[in-house]
Design a protein around this ligand. Structure first.
Ligand SMILES: CC(C)(COP(=O)(O)OP(=O)(O)OC[C@H]1O[C@@H](n2cnc3c(N)ncnc32)[C@H](O)[C@@H]1OP(=O)(O)O)[C@@H](O)C(=O)NCCC(=O)NCCS
Length: 194
């Protein structure tokens, strides 16, 4: 199977990308972003194609995605107005406060991986590694000197992949609040110098 890696995100891809993002991270985001139908609608609406790379097969099907955050935007961004448009006034307000906890430190490293996901049936074939390599090239082309990602403690296989690709643990973070809101207590901050 020939796989193409690119930055284009057509209108038809948006739904597939939102669904894949939710499949990979929905269990962690459900308490804050749920119900699923609203979450999918929100994600599809706010996806920023300038902050993502996609992997597609030769028929154009989305097999994987790698989103990122910079000081200029993020793959799954949006703000209070977009949240309130989907979840209502109060629903958007508390969700914005909760999501801020996840996004608060983007300025620190400037190029941060914001969701790496591969369709379950195509995992283990090198797509995740290729997406991360492409992401590092993208960061370099944008003038960044390092790429940062956060991986939750229990995701040992993902951490092993990142270590193989040259990422090194720089810190350990987390809190009771993230455990309660997002179902992860601690996470590793990993950095690859470019
Ligand atoms: C992590 C993920 C993106 C890796 O993509 P991939 O295309 O399977 O990765 P590759 O084929 O390039 O590399 C395989 C390696 O990825 C890691 N990996 C992590 N989770 C994996 C999974 N569920 N299946 C296969 N490999 C996985 C392992 O280190 C694996 O190597 P191993 O087979 O020797 O254990 C993918 O498994 C995924 O979407 N997982 C769910 C979402 C997620 O956890 N994202 C990372 C958040 S930080």
């Amino acid at each position: 199977m020939k796989i193409e890696y690119s930055r284009s995100l057509s209108p038809a891809d948006r739904r597939a990308a939102a669904a894949l993002y939710w499949l990979a991270f929905g269990s962690k985001l459900a308490r804050v972003m749920g119900p699923e139908t609203k979450a999918l609608g929100y994600i599809e609406q706010v996806l920023d194609p300038t902050h993502a790379l996609l992997a597609r097969d030769d028929a154009g099907k989305v097999l994987g995605l790698a989103g990122f955050r910079t000081a200029y935007g993020s793959f799954v961004g949006g703000g209070l107005a977009e949240l309130q448009a989907v979840y209502g006034r109060a629903g958007g307000l508390w969700r914005a406060a909760c999501l801020h906890i996840l996004a608060r430190d983007v300025a620190e490293q400037n190029f941060v991986v914001d969701g790496l996901a591969v369709r379950p049936e195509t995992r283990g074939k090198g797509i995740g590694a290729a997406l991360l390599e492409a992401l590092c090239l993208e960061a370099e082309a944008r003038g960044h000197r390092a790429v940062r990602l956060d991986v939750v403690e229990e995701n040992l296989r993902a951490r092993a992949l990142y270590e193989r690709l040259g990422f090194r643990v720089r810190a350990h973070r987390g809190s009771k609040l993230t455990r309660w809101l997002f179902d992860f207590g601690g996470f590793w901050v990993m950095v690859r110098e470019l």
